[in-house]
Write a protein that binds this ligand. Structure first.
Ligand SMILES: [Zn+2]
Length: 353
């Protein structure tokens, strides 16, 4: 008897709306995630204090833990501190670093994680990966998917616009990542998980085609949903393939070659995606993507984030080394620096016109 269906690892609760945070305790109790209300809440020591003040009355049974940063040591320390309490769940309340620390700590102490992101900087908020800085640089650690994702759009609206914009670049880059996956399938026979590809692509398309901006709740709703869906697509495929191709190799190359000057994840991924679309000859799609990114205030040219053309050429040349084994348009074309420079000048002209 063949297996005729499959279970998709996904959160039990996805609650995305203005004011969602006020109902956090009741949602967790209704869904039997936390009966007793005993929660370990990880927050940042900086901006977390204000949030804590606001939310603490709604979570009387919570113990609050301040997380120093986004390192593996911070996450291990957090897990150690939480071990003494008898909690129903861990709540990660904050930006990407806090969520990743909480994800790792929750996995370590064997508790489910409730992700409560306070910005929409990238699609890691619902993914089965915790990205943490370690002695060797930065590592990706496999962890269970969050059991619940609660995104309060009122809280998101208060986050710095740059962090919210970053999520747009990350979501839209799915379209380029899927094109890379299809290329790897055509050229190398790499298997595509059709469901993961569909979920990730639709998430990217929804953000790309939405007429609104980060000031509108309906746009933020679609963006938050797209980032959650991207995370689920990665859970479905079991790796980051649906949301990470040449766009992310370019992003990693910026981070590795220019760690002090790198821009945000989504800014670099969006720029990488628009350029990768051009590389694969999808000039109209590239121009449209660039137009949308620009409308949202995201960069589409390296100079807009303080890099020269030569530095960008260096980034693109180095990019394939950041993700060995992943076949994208960059590995496919295997361009020399002077070729990258020529194509870049055509790209800059095309999106400028
Ligand atoms: Zn990403």
């Amino acid at each position: 008897m063949p297996v005729l269906t499959r279970l998709i690892p996904s959160p039990v609760v996805v609650d995305i709306r203005p004011g969602a945070l006020d109902d956090l305790a009741s949602v967790l109790s209704d869904e039997r995630i936390s009966h007793s209300g005993k929660l370990a809440v990880a927050v940042s020591s900086g901006s977390g204090a204000k949030l804590r003040e606001r939310i603490a009355p709604a979570l009387p049974g919570a113990t609050w833990y301040e997380v120093g940063g986004g390192t593996l040591d911070d996450a291990i320390r957090l897990a150690g501190a939480m071990r003494a309490g008898h909690y129903d769940a861990v709540v990660g309340l904050g930006g990407g670093k806090i969520i990743d620390c909480a994800k790792f700590a929750a996995a370590r102490v064997g508790l489910p994680l409730v992700a409560v992101p306070t910005n929409l900087a990238h699609d890691g908020l619902c993914s089965p990966v915790a990205t943490l800085d370690n002695d060797a640089g930065r590592g990706s650690y496999g962890v269970p998917n969050p059991i619940a994702v609660v995104i309060d759009l009122d809280v998101i609206r208060e986050a710095p616009a740059r962090f919210v914009r970053s999520g747009i670049g990350d979501a839209v880059s799915n379209i380029s990542a899927i094109a890379d996956w299809e290329l790897a399938n055509r050229v190398n026979g790499e298997k595509i998980d059709g469901l993961a590809a569909a979920v990730a692509r639709q998430a990217g398309e929804a953000v790309l085609r939405h007429p609104g901006g980060i000031g509108d709740n309906d746009f933020l709703q679609v963006l938050a949903e797209a980032l959650v869906l991207s995370g689920i697509a990665m859970s479905v495929s079991g790796d980051s393939r649906p949301s990470s191709g040449a766009c992310h190799e370019i992003n990693h190359a910026f981070d590795l070659l220019f760690p002090q000057r790198a821009a945000s994840h989504g800014e670099q991924c969006g720029l990488g995606a628009a350029f990768a679309m051009f590389l694969r000859g999808a000039h109209e799609e590239s121009a449209y993507m660039a137009e949308v990114l620009h409308r949202h205030g995201l960069p589409v040219l390296p100079e807009e984030i303080g890099f020269t053309v030569d530095e960008f050429v260096q980034v693109v040349e180095f990019a394939p080394q950041t993700r060995p084994g992943r076949y994208t348009i960059l590995e496919h074309l295997d361009l020399k620096p002077n070729q990258i420079k020529d194509i870049y000048s055509d790209y800059a002209k095309a999106i400028g016109s």
